[in-house]
Design a protein around this ligand. Structure first.
Ligand SMILES: [Zn+2]
Ligand SMILES: [Zn+2]
Length: 287
């Protein structure tokens, strides 16, 4: 039994340290595979996106690690893709040319301000409120619905994995702004789950909100995972690590919860292919 993690950020975007530090830590943890998924570069990307000119170096550096450590651990090159219609998507030319092993699609932006900046959903709450008032006229239901609408569009875009499906819940102010138990919110989530099932995209269970104390639950929440199980959606477990120490953070507890929901397998990228492996609280059955 061993853990894997395919959602990781290093110093090419907003993560800490060089990619090799993650490989070394993964070896220490006896992980048989890891993937790098820096925030994708695009013109006008915010500070935490990779810079366009650094993409070739990123690809080269991870490729070098594959050569160097290939006999000890499987290393995969990915990107965490943004989706902004007309600006950046999984189908953007520089992304297609990068020949990635996989992509995770995540919505971080829900609109554009007059000055060209994008409205962030997972940054500071103040920035979220700014977008809510300037772009959505204070209508939080419209803004959150837009987030899920963009998610559903992105699912048709060729991504392998859907990242942190309900991360926007961190902006809810414990139900003051909105709640994940309101009918309209539940309908948005249900429609999104149906699209995931239809497009056969892997749903990520992301632990970052828990260890960063932004959420008491994973992204997505347990009630959403319960619905996903009913729809036979494939899931994978990811830490969204921004530091090597986070590579398998909260995995044991989360695996135990996933078992209780009824999940029997986790998707992993193994020998270059997506496969389903049985798992326990100690990891996936890699051998
Ligand atoms: Zn993200
Ligand atoms: Zn991430």
């Amino acid at each position: 039994m061993a853990w894997t993690n395919y959602h990781g950020h290093c110093y090419y975007c907003d993560g800490k340290l060089e990619p090799e530090a993650y490989v070394e830590k993964a070896l220490e943890l006896d992980m048989p595979a890891i993937g790098f998924s820096s925030h994708c570069p695009f013109e006008g990307g915010h500070g935490w996106n990779m810079k366009m000119e650094e993409l070739p170096d990123y690809l080269k550096e991870v490729e070098g690690l594959k050569q160097q450590y290939g006999d000890q651990i499987q290393i995969y090159t990915g990107l965490e893709m943004d989706y902004i219609p007309g600006v950046i998507s999984n189908q953007s030319e520089h992304i297609k040319q990068a020949n990635l092993d996989y992509t995770i699609g995540s919505i971080h932006y829900t609109g554009v301000f007059d000055d060209g900046r994008f409205c962030e959903i997972d940054g500071a709450h103040q920035k979220f409120l700014e977008g809510l008032h300037h772009i959505f006229d204070g209508d939080v239901k419209a803004m959150v619905s837009k987030y899920f609408e963009l998610t559903r569009e992105m699912l048709k875009d060729g991504i392998d994995v859907l990242g942190h499906l309900d991360k926007i819940k961190i902006q809810a102010e414990q139900g003051v702004l909105f709640s994940e138990f309101e009918d309209w919110y539940r309908i948005e989530v249900s429609k999104t789950l149906e699209s995931i099932a239809e497009e056969k995209v892997i749903l990520e269970v992301n632990t970052r909100g828990i260890y960063k104390k932004k959420s008491v639950e994973t992204y997505p929440s347990k009630w959403i995972l319960t619905l996903a199980k009913e729809l036979d959606i494939d899931i994978m477990l990811n830490a969204d690590a921004h530091h090597p120490e986070e590579l398998n953070a909260v995995f044991t507890e989360t695996a135990s919860k996933l078992k209780k929901i009824g999940f029997k397998e986790l998707k992993v990228l193994k020998n270059g292919e997506w496969v389903s492996l049985s798992f326990s609280e100690r990891g996936v059955n890699w051998e």
